[in-house]
Write a protein that binds this ligand. Structure first.
Ligand code: BDR
Ligand code: CA
Length: 291
């Protein structure tokens, strides 16, 4: 499966990247970054550092939209818990939007797009190329809170509230779109033991991920009251790849309000994953440990 990942790396974005690198059926054709957990340039530096640790400098990483404000979050100042990664290759000279368009045009009908940050780059690509929906195989967006509370406001989830207009554009475009909202991602978590399993794996990439996750655990401990982390972004990757199976996943029309809330408006075209058939945490750990 050919994948373009658009992300705001981010600790759970880093886990999604590791998951995609580990999966034997995935060809990660390119990665674009967007402001969110950190700035788009810092997210690219984080991504390039992770790829250097994995020995995957061949994957182009392009810096995307810088229009939207940097959000201080549970991911630490540089987005990855202040962990210092090696300096990787330079970013690709194209914008993220241009990289996505190039890949879609070069592989018509084959490219699967995953967005684990705000949707600005995807919306910009749609504006630049109205035929984009015909060129890609499908889009998965991690974001939204459909039947559960938000995580930035009582009703809004972070990726959507950072760029509601872009999310509205992406969710209403005529492409097969899957939404992976907090409804499902908050149900699939790692415990401290899972983080320790990463450290024990001992490769430089696993150790870097293990160094990042304590910050994420501490952020979520304040919210959840237990030291567990939800696997938002790797779950979007695993659903796209098909390694975990949606259980309740109705086709809905999802409206996006200016205040970032995602509103269920009846039947529609957005496959909205609300639950899975089995716990995903162990599946994702096992996969990442194969790296
Ligand atoms: C989403 O927001 C970001 O903080 C995470 O990386 C994830 O993509 C969860 O609401
Ligand atoms: Ca993210």
């Amino acid at each position: 499966m050919l994948i373009y990942l658009d992300c705001d790396t981010g600790i759970d974005d880093a886990l999604a990247i590791a998951y995609l690198l580990a999966h034997p059926d995935v060809t990660l054709a390119g990665i674009g970054t967007v402001n969110g957990n950190t700035t788009a340039p810092q997210a690219a530096a984080n991504t390039l550092g992770l790829l250097a640790l994995a020995g995957r400098d061949d994957i182009p990483v392009a810096v995307g939209s810088g229009e939207h404000p940097y959000a201080v979050s549970v991911h630490g100042g540089n987005g990855i818990g202040e962990v210092a990664l090696p300096v990787g290759k330079d970013p690709d000279p194209r914008t993220a939007e241009a990289l996505l368009l190039d890949l879609a045009r070069r592989h018509p009908g084959e490219l699967h797009v995953i967005a684990t940050g705000p949707c600005g780059n995807l919306a910009a690509a749609l504006r630049a190329e109205p035929r984009l929906p015909e060129l890609v195989a499908g889009v998965t967006v991690m974001g939204g809170a459909v039947r559960v509370p938000g995580n930035r406001t009582p009703h809004a989830e972070a990726n959507i509230i950072h760029d509601p207009a872009a999310a509205a554009t992406v969710l209403s475009a005529p492409w097969p779109v899957t939404l992976v909202p907090l409804d499902v991602t908050m149900q699939h978590r790692w415990t401290v033991a899972d983080g320790e399993a990463l450290r024990a794996a001992g490769t430089p990439l696993h150790r870097a991920l293990a160094e990042m996750v304590p910050v994420y655990f501490s952020g979520y401990e304040q919210v959840l009251g237990v030291r567990e982390i939800p696997l938002h972004d790797p779950l979007a990757a695993a659903i796209t790849v098909g390694e975990v199976t949606p259980d309740e996943a109705p086709l809905l029309s999802i409206g996006v309000e200016a205040d970032g809330r995602t509103v269920e408006e009846g039947p529609g075209d957005v496959r909205t994953v609300l639950s899975l058939t089995a716990p995903a945490g162990p599946v994702m750990l096992a996969r990442i440990l194969t790296l």
